[in-house]
Write a protein that binds this ligand. Structure first.
Ligand SMILES: [Zn+2]
Length: 260
C-alpha cells in the first residue's frame, strides 16, 4: 500500500498542472489525499463501463486522461449520468485524478511521445509553455516522405487499419505538427510554424477545408487513437516508479466510433 499523496506528487511532477490549458479541470477531482492505494487503473475517459471495471476490480485510484467531472456541478444525484458515476465511485472509495492537457503538453507527455513515435527530429513545442513543455509538437523528417508513407507510419505506431486524411497522398511531407485529441484550434499555429502537414486526433469539416485552402495536409487517426496509447504507456511509467502498485489500463475501454 502506498499513500495516495505520494502518487499524486509524482503525477503532478510528471505532468505539471501549470501546463494545463486555462479552461481545463485537472488534478485530484474525487477522493481524499490521506488514503492509501494498492490498485490503479488508467483510462482515457470515465464512462459507465470503465467505472464499473474500476469498481469490480477494487481500484483505489483511476487516472483518467479526460476529467470527470469536467463541468461545474450544483448537485450530485442519480438524475444525471455524471452524478451516477460520481455516486458509484465515491461509494466504492475510488479516487479520480486527471492530468488532461497537462499530460498532452508535458515534456514526456502525449504529443512528445507521438512525435517521437513518428520519427520526427528536432522536436519542440508548437506553442511553448512553462516547465519545458508546451502545446503540440513540431519536428521534421530526415527523409522526405509522401503523405501516404507518413500515414503508414502513423498507422503502424498507433496500430490502426485506416484513418482519414486531407491532401493528396503523393504530396511531399517534410515538417510536421503533432497535436493529440480535438486540436483544430492549432491549425493557424502549425501554418505559422511552416508545417506542411499536421497529425491531429480530429478536426471539424470547416477546419479541414481551411487546411486544404492553406495547402496544409491533415492526418486524422481519431481522437481515441491519438490518446489511448499514452494511458497504456502511463501504466509502465507508474509501475516503474511504484513497483508495489498493481497498475493496468482499462480493458473495457473502446473507441465509440466504428467503421460502418
Ligand atoms: Zn482527448
Amino acid at each position: 500500500m502506498l499513500p495516495l499523496a505520494a502518487i499524486l506528487d509524482f503525477l503532478e511532477q510528471f505532468a505539471p498542472v501549470g501546463l494545463a490549458e486555462d479552461w481545463d479541470n485537472v488534478g485530484l477531482l474525487v477522493g481524499r489525499r490521506d488514503r492509501t492505494v494498492r490498485r490503479v487503473m488508467t483510462c482515457l475517459t470515465v464512462t459507465p463501463p470503465t467505472a464499473a471495471e474500476a469498481i469490480a476490480r477494487e481500484t483505489d485510484l483511476i487516472v483518467t486522461h479526460h476529467p470527470m467531472p469536467f463541468h461545474s456541478l450544483k448537485r450530485v444525484t442519480d438524475e444525471s449520468p455524471t452524478g451516477r458515476l460520481l455516486l458509484d465511485l465515491i461509494a466504492a472509495g475510488v479516487a479520480v485524478y486527471s492530468p488532461h492537457t497537462a499530460f498532452d503538453s508535458a515534456q514526456r507527455g502525449i504529443n512528445q511521445r507521438l512525435a517521437e513515435g513518428l520519427g520526427l527530429r528536432g522536436i519542440s513545442p508548437l506553442v511553448a509553455g512553462p516547465d519545458g513543455g508546451g502545446a503540440g509538437r513540431v519536428g521534421w523528417l530526415d527523409d522526405e516522405l509522401t503523405l501516404a508513407q507518413l500515414i503508414d507510419r502513423v498507422k503502424g505506431f498507433l496500430g490502426l487499419q485506416s484513418l482519414q486524411r486531407v491532401g493528396p497522398a503523393d504530396r511531399t511531407v517534410r515538417t510536421v505538427a503533432v497535436t493529440c485529441g480535438a486540436a483544430g484550434e492549432f491549425l493557424p499555429a502549425a501554418h505559422e510554424a511552416g508545417c506542411d502537414t499536421m497529425v491531429l486526433g480530429e478536426a471539424r469539416f470547416h477546419t479541414c477545408l481551411e487546411a486544404e485552402a492553406l495547402g496544409l495536409a491533415l492526418v486524422l487517426p481519431g481522437h481515441f487513437a491519438t490518446e489511448r496509447f499514452a494511458v497504456e504507456a502511463l501504466v509502465d511509467t507508474l509501475s516503474q516508479q511504484f513497483p508495489g502498485l498493481d497498475v493496468w489500463a482499462s480493458r473495457e475501454e473502446r473507441d465509440p466510433l466504428c467503421w460502418g
